[in-house]
Each structure stands twice: as C-alpha cells, then as structure tokens.
Design a protein around this ligand. Structure first.
Ligand code: ZN
Ligand code: FE
Length: 256
C-alpha cells in the first residue's frame, strides 16, 4: 500500500484515522487535537487535510485547532453545519489531497445524522458512526429505512475495502451479534480474535467488507437466521428487510 493507515485512539473510545505517506498526512474525524499533534510530531508529518464525516463533537472537536495550526483545508458534509468546514462536499464529489496524491469520493449515508457522509477511495472507506465492525450507529436523526439504505451503499463496496469507523465498539457489538445469530461460526471466531486484540490493548480496526458481510447483523437483514431472530424478538414476522433492520436496531439499544 502507498499509504500508512493508523487508528489513533482518542477521547473515550473514538478513533481518529491517520493516513500518511513519508511527508504528509490526512486525518479523519479528529475529536480532539492532541493525539494528532503527537503523531504528526513523532513522524515529522505535515497535515495536508482534515476530513469530517458528521457534526458530532467527538468527530470534529479537534478540527479548529488543527486547521489553525497547520493551515489545512477541512472537508465535511455540505448538508450539516460545521463551523470549521471550509470545503463542503456533496455525494459524488471528491476530497482531493494532492500532497498524498489521494482522492476520496463522497457517499451520502444518512441515518446516524441527517447529513452523514463517507469517504471512499484507495480501497478504504471512512464511515464515521454509520457502519461499525459487527454493528452500526444509532439512529439520532434518521429513519431505519435511511440507515438500512446507507449501510447497503457501504456493503456494495468491494470485499477488500478497509472499513475505518469512528469507535472501538467491536467486542460489545459481537456480544449482541452472537445473541442474534448463535449458530454463526464466523461471529464466534471473530469474537475470540477481537477480545484477544483488546486484551493486548490493540485496535480491532480496520475491518474489511468481506468480514462485515459475514458477521454484521445489520448487513445481514436478508439472512433467514437474522429474520427469524427479529421475528422472535418482535413477536411477529417482519414484513420486509427494513422492519428486520428496525427490530434489531432497537433491540440492540436495550441490549446489555
Ligand atoms: Zn456520532
Ligand atoms: Fe461518535
């Protein structure tokens, strides 16, 4: 790979993604400045751009400080108002980063927030709080239908796409996934791997889409086992994929 891709732990359980070559870097969703400042200083990198996926503080709280320090552009969703964003992007547009010879296409993925976007390019997707490993974001500003469609867009990317999401939630997500699909051996295997990574204090991310298709209940709403689990939980047969999604999403909200 031409780039070095690193999740920088931030705040409680966020990741700020750092994508770099030998000289320059881009960061995605800097919720706070300090982990970025440290990483850039250690590796003697210049900050070429900041990418933001949605307006929540834990994804953009460090952007103003970093942009002022490095004088770099801040890309973000055109449909959300984020004061520090000076390069608003719509679906289909590109975040071009000449210093890295990189370019990321914007996908509209509403559901967690109304204007949430993802950045896709170079076999990587930065998907913020929409797709998590083995889970998905909460529906704060969108509907189940929107979120299901957004996840479908992400799931349509190639198998080898690295999934770079905003939080380290994998172990807890897999606990729920195992309840939804107790017979799924991929989930069981991945749960052991992920728990071991966390015991060593290593990130479980990035994941990839091939794996997510096998373990993520929110990408599996057409699988008979997931439909059956949703039916059992709801007490009636869901009428379509969107209702399967809605049932497991709200089930997850109360799952501990
Ligand atoms: Zn969020
Ligand atoms: Fe978040």
């Amino acid at each position: 790979m031409r780039f070095n891709l690193t999740p920088l732990p931030a705040l409680r359980d966020n990741y700020i993604w750092l994508l770099a070559n030998e000289r320059a870097a881009v960061v995605v969703d800097p919720g706070e400045p300090s982990p970025v400042l440290r990483a850039l200083a250690n590796r003697r990198l210049a900050l070429a751009a900041i990418l933001i996926t949605h307006h929540h503080q834990d994804h953009m709280g460090g952007a103003a400080h970093l942009a002022a320090t490095y004088g770099c552009p801040v890309y973000g969703p055109a449909r959300e108002s984020i004061a520090t964003v000076d390069r608003p992007l719509h679906a289909g547009q590109f975040a071009e980063i000449p210093a890295l010879q990189a370019s990321f296409r914007v996908l509209d993925i509403p559901g967690h927030t109304a204007g949430h976007i993802a950045y896709h390019g170079h076999n990587i997707v930065f998907c913020g709080d929409t797709l998590f490993s083995a889970g998905c974001g909460r529906l704060f500003e969108g509907t189940a239908a929107q979120m299901n469609q957004s996840l479908g867009k992400l799931a349509a990317l190639p198998d080898a796409t690295s999934v770079c999401c905003g939080h380290e939630y994998t172990v807890a997500n897999l606990r729920f996934a195992q309840v939804v699909e107790p017979q799924n051996r991929e989930i069981r295997k991945y749960a052991e791997q992920a728990a071991e990574r966390r015991r060593q204090n290593l990130p479980t991310l990035p994941s990839d889409l091939a794996r997510e298709r096998l373990v993520n209940p929110f990408l599996r709403c057409r699988e008979p086992a997931v439909i059956a689990a949703a039916a059992k939980h709801a007490g009636h047969a869901p009428r379509d994929e969107i209702e399967v999604f809605a049932v497991i999403r709200s089930w997850k909200n109360t799952f501990t």
